[in-house]
Design a protein around this ligand. Structure first.
Ligand code: FCB
Length: 470
């Protein structure tokens, strides 16, 4: 019997060696972060404000009243952070570029100090044997562009293409992948319809127009980067989940179908099937976006990869809100159900309904109320979460889904958007008073998994061939 009652409740960590054998030798393993959540600012760094700076300054929108000015001070601590990634044997790092750091107003002048930061960061990764995976837009639109209409304005699409091309020039021959957008559903729906994320609007018509402009900016930049001869693999990252009806009642099943349309098909269909789903268009009526001729062709350009972020399943309920506490399932500190089977289900469903490019799990992880004790964090629950979700990826691969990589969210505890610093997703603990980094038990478990992966004998060979693009 363990003396610690928490340990008795925690799920059994999966054996790294057994798990490692389930993946082919070219599978890529990484960790992920995003700019606003970790970088912070220093006086004179030249970064322009982003919509998240403006949003954080509003009263009562961030749970602990915090903002991104300090964050993890990655801007000045990046070398030690890269050393940490390397010391854990992690050979892929997904980071995002702060648009307003490299181009403070989102158009016009470039900030040399900002460009130099990402230039050095990428070189720093390569010097340590870490493959860089860049995301161009992880939600931090330059505030100056928001003043001009933000993503509601079609002008912003062209500004994004210009920004993407500049980043392609700067980094495109050194990064392994470039993702245009991270989770456009979140930007559109949480930012413009529910108003709980920047820029904090509550307007469904605006949200749907934003979603279209995000997708259009994705497609046009992919084509521009290809025309510019950028060698990096190009794609987009979507947050996806299976949507389950709360009950067998027909109202809940109808709601689940619609929620699936808004979350999954609204993004997957234009990217991979050439049009928006009709049931969602019908539901939106006059709130459907203006789509100009040629837009859908632009959005549907072939992807080199699709990134999927998965945290939990979604539950649809026609009437009221679903309380995850009634599910009987283990919950994370976000109140999200631990539901690894949903990841396998999602991947198999996407494989069935779409002609998928190679897929990366670009984010997966969990917040827990970690206890820093005796200089260590024993986060057995996070080990269980990561292990069971990595197993869920293996199961999907066995069923024929071409998943080529997995990135744990997140390297560091960081600024968790509207939750401020109250939720800890890191495999590395951050003491915000001292900025000390301490790898948690989950970081050591992940290190052991990757070590076992590198050293394993008789691992399976790659069975799923990359398909031709449609
Ligand atoms: C995702 C975001 C990421 C992080 C995790 C917990 O939606 O992409 O920045 O906040 O959720």
């Amino acid at each position: 019997m363990s003396a610690n009652p928490d340990e008795q409740l925690a799920p059994t960590p999966l054996d790294p060696e057994r798990l490692a054998r389930k993946f082919p030798s070219d599978f890529i393993w990484g960790v992920a972060t995003s700019a606003f959540q970790i970088e912070g600012t220093v006086p004179g760094d030249g970064r322009g404000d982003s919509i998240w700076d403006t949003f954080c300054a509003r009263p009562s929108v961030i749970l602990d009243g915090s903002d991104g000015r300090e964050a993890c001070q990655h801007l000045t601590r990046w070398e030690a952070d890269l050393d940490l990634i390397a010391s854990l044997g992690i050979s892929n790092y997904r980071f995002s570029i702060s648009w307003s750091r490299v181009q403070p107003e989102g158009h016009g002048a470039w900030n040399d100090a900002g460009l130099a930061f990402y230039d050095r960061l990428v070189d720093g990764m390569l010097a340590r044997g870490i493959q860089p995976h860049a995301t161009l837009y992880h939600w931090d639109l330059p505030e100056a562009l928001q003043q001009l209409g933000g993503w509601q304005s079609r002008e912003t699409v062209q500004r994004f293409v210009d920004y993407a091309r500049r980043m392609g020039q700067l980094l495109g021959d050194r990064v392994a992948t470039i993702a245009t957008h991270n989770e456009p559903w979140v930007v559109a729906t949480l930012g413009h319809q529910q108003g709980i994320f920047a820029p904090g609007l509550r307007d469904r018509r605006a949200a749907m127009q934003v979603s279209h402009h995000l997708l259009l900016s994705h497609g046009l930049s992919l084509s521009a980067l290809r025309a510019d001869g950028v060698p990096a693999k190009l794609g987009i990252v979507l947050n996806q989940a299976p949507v389950h009806p709360a009950t067998a009642l027909v109202e809940d099943r109808v709601k689940a179908q619609l929620d699936d349309g808004e979350l999954v098909r609204w993004y997957m269909d234009p990217l991979l099937k050439g049009g928006y789903p009709q049931d969602v268009l019908d539901h939106l009526g006059a709130d459907a976006p203006d789509v100009q001729s040629g837009d859908l062709e632009a959005i549907g350009v072939p992807l080199d990869f699709l990134g999927i972020n998965y945290y939990t399943r979604n539950i649809a309920i026609a009437d009221g809100t679903y309380d995850t506490r009634t599910s009987g399932l283990e919950l994370t500190d976000m109140g999200w159900e631990v539901y690894p089977a949903g990841l396998t289900e999602l991947l198999m469903r996407l494989q069935r309904d779409y002609r998928l490019p190679p897929v990366y799990i670009t984010e997966n992880g969990a917040a827990y109320a970690d206890r820093f004790e005796g200089g260590a964090v024993q986060d057995a629950a996070r080990v269980g979460y990561l292990g069971s979700h990595i197993q869920a990826v293996a199961t999907a691969r066995d069923a024929g889904v071409d998943v080529c990589g997995y990135f744990a969210w997140s390297l560091l505890d960081n600024f968790e958007w509207a939750h401020g610093y109250t939720k800890r997703f890191g495999i590395v603990h951050v003491d915000y008073a001292t900025q000390a980094r301490t790898p948690k038990a989950s970081a050591f478990w992940y290190r052991d998994l990757l070590k076992a992966f590198r050293e394993r004998k008789g691992g399976i060979v790659r069975r799923v061939q990359n398909r031709e693009q449609p």
